[in-house]
Unconditional design. Structure first.
Lengths: 333, 333
C-alpha cells in the first residue's frame, strides 16, 4: 500500500494487455469503451491499487476538491444508482464527494447547504426532491437531476428523463392492447417529474380519442408499496373499475399488483399494469413488471461531464438535457 | 420559511393533540414511542418545518458539528437503510452527516478519511467493507457496524449482527426439514461477517452429525445476482448435487433460484434455499425467500446512541454489541 504511487496507467494496461489509451479513457471517462472493457479496467485499477494523478495530488497536499450531492432518499435504488455512478466517476477525477440525504426535508436541505458552503465545495449535484427555492444555495456550478427549479445559480444545467414521453409510452402500451379504462397511480405532491408523466399519459388517452376521467387519477401521499396497495384497494372497494393502471414508479406498481391479486383480478388478463424507473424489483418481482426505463448511466455520465466542465471554468454544453426513456416489456401487459 | 424558529415543540404537540413529552421523546430519540406515533410526529415536524434546537443553533452560528459515515455500497439496501436511519437520527440531534461511499476501495476510503479529517469531524460511523487497517483513521469517536477491526481508535464500539447464530439458524431450518446435502454460497473475500455465517453453518451440520463436505462450499468473487447464478449453474453442470443451499445474502439466493429454475430443479421440493439480510427483494421475489433477518433498526439505534454518548465525552456502554437475528420463513424452504 505504501508503494501505491508506483502503480501507473501503464502497469494497469500491461496487466490487462490493452492499450494505455483505453485505460486512460476509462479512468478519465472520455471517449467510448465497451461496458465489459470498462468493468475489466476498473477491476484492475482497484486490484492494483492505482490512484489517479488528480487524487494522488490531493492526498499529498491534503486539499482534495469537494463536491456535494443532495439526494432525497438513498434507499430509493433509482437515486442511489445515480449517486454511486456520479460519485465513482468524480472520485476518478480526484474529487471527494459528500452525499447529503435530505429525506425531502427543507430543514435538512438547508442544514446541508450551509455545511457544504462552509466546506467550500467546488460543485454541487442536486437530485430530485421538491422544487423548492432555497436562498441558501451556494453559488457554485450545479447540476440538477430530475429537478428543474425556476430560480437557479448561473453556472448550472438540468438533466431530466423525457418523462412526458415516458408517461405517453406507458399509456400507449396498454391502449395498443385494447384497454379503454386506463387509470393513473401517481404522487400527490405534484413534483415536476410526476406532472410530466401525467401529461404524457393524458396526451396518449387523448390521441386514442378517450375522454379524460378524473376519477381514474389515483394518488398516494408517500411513494411506497404499502401506500399504493392501500390506494388501489380503496379505489376497488369504492367501485372504481379500470382495465389498466399506469404507475409513476415500480414500487407503486408492485403495491398495485398486490391489491389486484387480493381483489382476485388477474394481471395482465383483467388489468394491465405498467411501472416506471426499471429498478431491480421490476425484473425480479413475482410477476415481472412492464416498465419505463430511465437511462441512469447516461444521466450520470452527462452530470459528471457537465459538472467537471463548469468546475474547470468552461460553460456547460446545454442548460437543459432531456434523456430518452424506453419501454421494457415484461409480464404485466 | 423565514419564521422557522417560531415553530416549537409545543406547536407540534398542539397540532397533533399529544403531549410535549411525547414529541420530545421522538425528536430526541429517547424513551419509547410506538412506531405509529413516531411516524405521526416526524410528519408533523416536517410539515411545520420545526428545527430542533441543536440544529437551529448550528444554523445560526454556521458551525454544525459534522459526522462522517463510511459505507461500501449505498446501492445495497441493507447498508442504505442503516445509513438513512443513522443520518436522520443524528440530524435530529443537530449533526450534519456526510456519507462517503467507498465502493470497498482502499484508495477511496483513504481519500475520504483525509477529507473528513480536514473537515474536523466529531465522530465517525464505519459500515462493513474490508477489515483493513488504515493508518489515516481520525482519532474521533467511532462506531463500527458489521466490521470489527483489530486495531481501532480508543473511543469506539462495534455493532454486529449475531452472524454465527444466523448461519446456524439458516442451516438448521433446512436440516430440520430433512435435507442432508446442504451447500453454502458465500463471498470469497473472507469478510468477518461471512466467516461467522460460515462458522454457524458448519456448527449446525456438525450438530446434525453430518460430515463437512468442502465441495459444497460455493463462492462468488462479487456478491450479486449474476455471480450467484453463474456459480450455482457451474456447480450443477459440474455434477454437484445438493438438497439445500444456504446463501450469505438475499441477492445470492435470488441468483441461485434462477440457476435452479434453469436446471429444472424445483424449490422447495428438490432444493431448499435460505437467504440472508431480509431486504425487500426477499419478500417480493417471484418465490418469496426464507431468510435471516438482520435488525437494521436496532443496529442503527445503538450506533446513534453510542456515538452521541462518546461525542459528549461519556464512555460508550459496551465495546462490542451483538444484535440478535431471526429467521423469516417464506416459500423457499
Amino acid at each position: 500500500m505504501k508503494d501505491r504511487q508506483s502503480v501507473s496507467i501503464k502497469t494497469v494496461s500491461e496487466k490487462l494487455g490493452v492499450s494505455v489509451a483505453t485505460v486512460s479513457r476509462v479512468i478519465n471517462g472520455t471517449g467510448s469503451v465497451s461496458p465489459e472493457m470498462r468493468e475489466r479496467v476498473l477491476r484492475a485499477v482497484q486490484e492494483l491499487g492505482y490512484v489517479p494523478n488528480a487524487m494522488a495530488r490531493g492526498l499529498r497536499t491534503n486539499s482534495l476538491p469537494l463536491v456535494g450531492i443532495i439526494v432525497p432518499d438513498i434507499v430509493n435504488e433509482f437515486f442511489s444508482r445515480i449517486v454511486l455512478n456520479v460519485q465513482l466517476a468524480l472520485a476518478q477525477r480526484g474529487y471527494s464527494v459528500f452525499i447529503c440525504n435530505t429525506d425531502e426535508r427543507h430543514d435538512l436541505e438547508q442544514m446541508y447547504l450551509a455545511s457544504l458552503q462552509t466546506m467550500q465545495i467546488r460543485g454541487l449535484v442536486c437530485i430530485s426532491g421538491y422544487d423548492m427555492e432555497n436562498e441558501a444555495w451556494p453559488e457554485v456550478p450545479t447540476v440538477y437531476i430530475d429537478r428543474n427549479p425556476e430560480t437557479r445559480v448561473s453556472d448550472s444545467t438540468s438533466i431530466e428523463s423525457d418523462n412526458e414521453s415516458g408517461g405517453y409510452q406507458a399509456a400507449q402500451e396498454v391502449l395498443r392492447r385494447g384497454c379503454r379504462r386506463v387509470a393513473l397511480l401517481t404522487d400527490d405532491r405534484r413534483l415536476s417529474t410526476a406532472v410530466s408523466r401525467e401529461t404524457g399519459y393524458r396526451k396518449a388517452l387523448e390521441s386514442a380519442g378517450l375522454p379524460a376521467d378524473e376519477s381514474l387519477i389515483l394518488t398516494v401521499s408517500r411513494v411506497d408499496e404499502k401506500n399504493a396497495y392501500d390506494a388501489v384497494s380503496y379505489a376497488l372497494q369504492s367501485g372504481k373499475r379500470f382495465d389498466a393502471l399506469v404507475c409513476c414508479t415500480d414500487w407503486l406498481a408492485l403495491g398495485a399488483l398486490r391489491a389486484l391479486k387480493n381483489a382476485h383480478l388477474s394481471v395482465p388478463g383483467e388489468v394491465k399494469v405498467v411501472g416506471y424507473d426499471d429498478v431491480s424489483i421490476a425484473a425480479y418481482s413475482a410477476l415481472p413488471i412492464t416498465t419505463v426505463r430511465q437511462d441512469v448511466d447516461e444521466m450520470s455520465r452527462l452530470a459528471v461531464e457537465e459538472l467537471v466542465r463548469m468546475m474547470e471554468g468552461k460553460p456547460c454544453r446545454r442548460k437543459n438535457w432531456i434523456v430518452p426513456v424506453s419501454l421494457v416489456r415484461r409480464e404485466t401487459t
